[in-house]
Design a protein around this ligand. Sequence first.
Ligand code: MD3
Ligand code: FE
Length: 199
Amino acid sequence: MQVNVGGIFVHQGYIDPSDQAELLDQVRRVVRAAPLYRPETKTGRKMSVRMTSAGTYGWMSDRKGYRYERRHPEGMEWPPIPKLAKRIWRDVAGVPREPQSCLINFYDADAKMGLHQDRDEADFEMPVLSISLGDDARFRVGGPERGGKTEAIWLRSGDVALMGGDARLNFHGIDKIRAGSSSLLPNGGRINLTLRVVD
Ligand code: MD3
Ligand code: FE
């Protein structure tokens, strides 16, 4: 089923359970080559979400600020974007370009992501695609101005969300994780893959 929340299209149950397991396997391969780390903000606070990336560019935050980088903080290039994630992009994104970045966010039961905009990319005509695996997450989306009205939707394992057009610069974040709601990850938690065209 497809639902529209605040201009974001959520394809619920888009990825069947066997493809979710295969994609998780591909994500594990990325994490083995480019380990998860906890980014710091400019003020030196650690984010609660752990991250790594695949593709030409990885999104990164540290005391110098946030930006895209071609290398992991430990110095290696980012591994290739998982094949299944690229296939989903081709089938859903509706643009002729390939994704250049796949940010992998790992949320444990207590992790959150505050409301923010994604505006570090060069071309806002290019959509952003999000793939959810593991525990349910309450995703909150507002408008293009901070402090406006927001709506929330629970994202579940296998859901694919497309943020394009007028919604591309909407504020969004993750409020809450429902621990134990999925058995995909043996130790629980949620993985979100965010695919983007960067340059
Ligand atoms: C709505 N991640 O990494 S992905 C992020 O679930 C991020 O990990 C969240 O926001 C997560 O930047 C949400 C969904 C998402 C991504 C980009 C958007 C939603 C968006 C851009 C505009 C509006
Ligand atoms: Fe975001």
